[in-house]
Design a protein around this ligand. Structure first.
Ligand SMILES: *Cc1c(COP(=O)(O)O)cnc(C)c1O
Length: 458
């Protein structure tokens, strides 16, 4: 073990030193990947020295998501406390199904979930779990909605026409999950949004009424806290009135920005969250823990048990359900994703989590100010969130993002709202400073200037 830990230390130390100079890794085109790197598996193993060399090559050519030049997706940066927790989770290697196999780690998980429920304002009747990603926690929310609508479904299968409501701007996991759940992609109603990308609750109500008039069964409203492109927040209070009126489950997909719950300053963006049925957030997004750390909490824990518990005498041998969270999980064996978040939370306190959120919002303000004050940019962002959306000098966003990537300059992505496609700068790395955001624009501008021939400038 010690030898491997030494190798690990050397690799990480070298990587960190190199990242400080080269925040973007060498670009390895997929077409030449297997020529550039020796990834083959052979009959004979390697010597330790050969293995270390192969690992170093691999580590050095892997995209660098921890540096200030990574803005490509809804995660990034490196939180050292959370990493410490996750490394320990790997070494301890517990499965979070039973107290017998995970011991105090169950308490770690329960504490994180309890505190989240407390922040929402839910009582002891609430509970939650973790799953490998927001797509999966959204799936769990949908399954609970389905089973609450008709408790026989989990025995008899789906034989009613159920419908699901989510905004056109919401994450693709909803239609995918509707397929998994036996509800069907065609029964997902994509509700239009207002000019700021928020689900239009008037259209939502109309869609529900139209479906009821056609003898369909609305089972789930999915609201988004942080839509994928604009990072917009649906109106939870308005949606929860509709959900209550029609007896529909309300789930909040806060995978991206649900962590605003930790900030007194920004939790107004999810006002009304105490009235929803289930709520999910990805700590690996705004909180900056390593992938993945996805929490789902439900107001009434009965639904977690109803949809996910299964007796198994070979597994559940000691303690009661409360300490055997396999009974409320979509998995059997389950890695300990709670520990990294707990270590972070323990070390910085709820106040520190708030600072993480607030730093990300203030970085977005820096970006939006820059874009709005420089005539070569067109701004498409909405205020009060963590995405900066813009185009530069009329260059197609796709073109500029791909060339920045291929030249190992910056990793940033693009998105569309209504008919416009634009660059989407996500300020979700709280380790970044104002200067890093300004440097992003300087690098972008210098790149376009130096490579004018690559772009058809107008
Ligand atoms: C990222 C994201 C998801 C999916 O979460 P994964 O952890 O990537 O599966 C779902 N919804 C929204 C709004 C997201 O931003």
């Amino acid at each position: 073990m010690e030898q491997s830990l030494e190798i690990f230390n050397r690799l990480v130390t070298d990587l960190l030193a190199d990242e400080a100079k080269n925040p973007v890794a060498e670009y390895v085109p997929s077409a030449t990947l297997y020529e550039r790197l020796d990834l083959k598996l052979q009959n004979e193993g390697l010597s330790v020295a050969e293995l270390e060399a192969a690992l170093k090559d691999l580590v050095f050519t892997t995209p660098r998501t921890g540096t200030p030049a990574f803005f490509n997706q809804l995660f990034g940066g490196r939180n050292e406390k959370a990493i410490l927790g996750d490394l320990l989770a790997v070494i301890l290697n517990n499965s979070m199904a039973t107290y017998k196999a995970a011991g105090p780690q169950i308490g770690v998980e329960k504490t994180v979930l309890r505190e989240l429920c407390n922040l929402i304002g839910w009582d002891e009747n609430s509970d939650g779990t973790l799953a490998p990603g927001g797509s999966m926690t959204n799936f769990m929310g949908m399954l609970m909605a389905r089973d609450r609508f008709n408790e026989k479904t989990r025995y008899e299968g789906v034989h009613q026409k159920m419908t699901v409501y989510t905004s056109v701007e919401s994450h693709y996991s909803t239609p995918k999950n509707a397929a998994f759940a036996g509800i069907g992609r065609d029964n997902v109603r994509k509700i239009g949004t207002d000019a700021n990308g928020r689900m239009d609750n008037k259209l939502l109500r109309e869609a529900i009424e139209a479906d009821i008039a056609n003898d369909l069964h609305p089972i789930l409203i999915n609201c988004t806290a942080g839509t994928t492109v604009l990072a917009a927040f649906d109106d939870l209070a308005g949606a929860s009135e509709i959900a209550k009126e029609y007896g529909i489950w309300l789930h909040v997909d806060g995978a991206y920005c649900g962590s605003v719950i930790f900030s007194e300053k920004y939790k107004h963006l999810i006002k009304g969250v105490e009235n929803v049925d289930s709520f999910t957030l990805n700590a690996h997004k705004m909180m900056g823990t390593p992938l993945s750390c996805s929490l789902i909490v439900v107001k009434d824990k009965k639904h977690l048990h109803d949809s996910f518990s299964n007796d198994a005498t070979y597994l559940y041998q000691t303690d009661h359900d409360e300490f055997n969270p396999g009974k409320t999980s979509i998995q059997c064996g389950r890695r300990n994703d709670a520990l990294k978040f707990w270590v972070l939370w323990k070390s910085v306190g709820t106040r520190g989590l708030a600072q993480i959120v607030e730093q990300e919002f203030s970085l977005a303000d820096v970006g939006r100010d820059y874009v709005r004050n420089h005539p070569d940019y067109v701004d498409y962002s909405v205020d009060d969130t963590v995405a900066v959306c813009f185009n530069y000098k009329g260059i197609p966003a796709e073109d500029i993002c791909t060339k920045l990537y291929e030249h190992s300059e910056l990793l940033v992505g693009y998105g569309s709202f209504r008919d416009t496609t634009f660059i989407r700068l996500v300020t979700i790395n709280s380790g970044n400073q104002k200067e890093d955001i300004l440097l992003f624009f300087k690098k972008l501008e210098a790149f376009v200037e130096e490579n004018a021939a690559l772009f058809s400038l107008n």
